[in-house]
Structures are given as C-alpha cells and as structure tokens.
Design a protein around this ligand. Structure first.
Ligand code: PAF
Length: 282
C-alpha cells in the first residue's frame, strides 16, 4: 500500500496506482471502524483500485466542537487499510489542503439542503464538508466516491454539489453499519462510557418504532417525532431534533410523500449521536 503525505506526492503516486484501471475513493477522517471498511470493500467490488484519504478537516468543526479531541489513530488505520487491499492512502496536513489558511480559503456552499437538521444546529459545518470533499474529489479524480448512509444529509448535500458543479465522479452510498444492538457505528461512540453505550441503541430502536408506525398507516409525523424525543430525553439523552423529511429535497415530509426519512440527533454524556431511518411507503 502506498502513502502520499501531500498533494504533490498524491499526484505522482496516483499515476502508478491508476495504470489503466478504475479508481474508487473513500474520504475519511480516520479512526477507522467497520463502517469505513464497508465503504472500502464496496469500493473494491466496483473498481480495480481503492484510494482512501485520512484527514481530520478543521473547517467542518465549530470552535466549540471536538476537533482537538477527535480520535487520531493513523498507525492502526494504515494496518486496517493494508489488510483490506487499499492501493493508496492520502494523509495530507492542514497547510497542504488549506494553503490560504482556514479563514481566507475559498469555500463551497450548497444552498437549501444545508439550512436544516444538522446544518441549522452546526452552522458552517456543511460548508466545511463540501469544501474539503470538493477539493479531495478534484485531487484524486476517481471514477467513483463512496459515502455512508449514516450521514444521510451529508450524502444528499455531496450528491447535489457533485451534480451542480459537474464534478466527473459517480457517488455511491453504502448502508449504515450497526452493532448487534442497533447502534450505528461512529468514531464518536469511542467517547461513550459503558453506561451510555447501554443506552445509545435506544436511538435507533425509537426510529424503528416510528418507522413501523408509519408503515402501519400513521401520518402524524410531528407527533411521532416528538414522541421519539420525549422517550429519548426520559432515558437521559439531550435531543436536538427528530424530524421526518423528504429524501429528495429534505423538505418536511407531507402525508402523500412516499420516500421519506426520519432524522435524529441527540447527545449522551455530551457526545452527539446522529442516526436516520429511510421509509418508503405507498
Ligand atoms: O464523513 C466524514 O467522515 C467527513 O465528513 C468527510 C466526508 C470525510 C469529510 O471530511
């Protein structure tokens, strides 16, 4: 497995890695778990070579968030990626990706989809995500890029950016990987104590209950979502939002919409967890 520590090295190494084969790209912030590895494995079924980036992107963290504490486990990540058969890992530094500094840097903003849900709670977060993903897609110039459905809003935002900016890459999504108890895999689960890890699966259990009710004919989305929030808060979560929205444009779900998702964000012991469930009903 080759490692490129900056954009110039990436350009050089990509030439030899690519040959005449196709490339799938998996952008990550490291601290890899089965969720990331499922993206890599999916990429290997779709392209000859997989390129992974590991970069904790400061631009997508607000000053009050966990940038400094975010788990960095590069050695372990590289071992995992070697075992999966990844061809090339890109591990740039902040100065390489943001040569003009974070503030003075050109930013990519996707309107609309980023004003709601996590976008309204984490102001500027999605500008940080789209700016770095746009840059990484330009640098790697892969045929395919893979993103997890756990960050469904992020996935929709990136799809729109790629379509709007005509970036020549195919975006593929991979289903959320979960523990046996239903908890969605996330690097932030590492922050949870064993007590919180016992409570955390209630987030997805409540989404399943709301989804079952909708499949059974319920259409009072607001009532169902406030029920989820109440039950989570009773268990000790601090809920941020739980909302039913259309998958196409993230507008609030209406009774006759057939492809909707319930999105939820809630904190446990100060650790912010997000999850979602997609519901197709006719
Ligand atoms: O989902 C993530 O890990 C990050 O938001 C991403 C896409 C790697 C951009 O920093």
């Amino acid at each position: 497995m080759e490692i490129a520590k900056d954009s110039d090295e990436l350009r050089q190494r990509l030439k030899s890695v690519r040959g005449d084969g196709t490339v799938a790209f998996v952008p990550t912030m490291g601290n890899l778990h089965e969720g990331h590895l499922s993206l890599v494995r999916q990429g290997l079924t779709m392209a000859e070579h997989v390129v992974v980036s590991i970069f904790v992107n400061p631009l997508q963290f607000s000053p009050t968030e966990d940038l400094d504490a975010y788990p960095r486990t590069l050695e372990q990540d590289l071992e995992l990626l070697t075992a999966e058969g990844v061809a090339l890992v890109f591990t740039p530094g902040v100065e390489d990706l943001y040569p003009a500094g974070l503030e003075a840097h050109t930013k990519v903003t996707v309107p609309g989809l980023t004003d709601v849900l996590c976008g309204s709670k984490r102001v500027g977060h999605f500008d940080g995500v789209t700016t770095v993903v746009c840059k990484l897609l330009n640098l790697v110039a892969a045929d395919i890029a893979l993103f997890g459905e756990k960050d469904l809003q992020q996935l929709l935002v990136i799809r729109k950016m790629v379509a709007d900016l005509r970036i020549p890459v195919r975006i593929e999504s991979v289903p959320t990987q979960r523990n046996a108890d239903g908890l969605a895999l996330s690097s932030r689960n590492n922050y949870l104590t064993s007590e919180a890890l016992g409570l955390a699966p209630a987030l997805y259990r409540n989404l399943i209950a709301a989804s079952d009710a909708i499949q059974g004919g319920a259409r009072d989305y607001e009532g169902l979502c406030s029920g989820v929030i109440q039950r989570l808060n009773t268990l000790g979560f601090v809920s941020e939002y739980c909302e039913a929205r259309r998958c196409s444009d993230l507008l609030p779900a209406q009774e006759d919409d057939t492809n909707i998702a319930i999105f939820c964000a809630a904190s446990l012991e100060g650790t912010r967890l997000i999850d979602n469930i997609v519901i197709e009903h006719y």
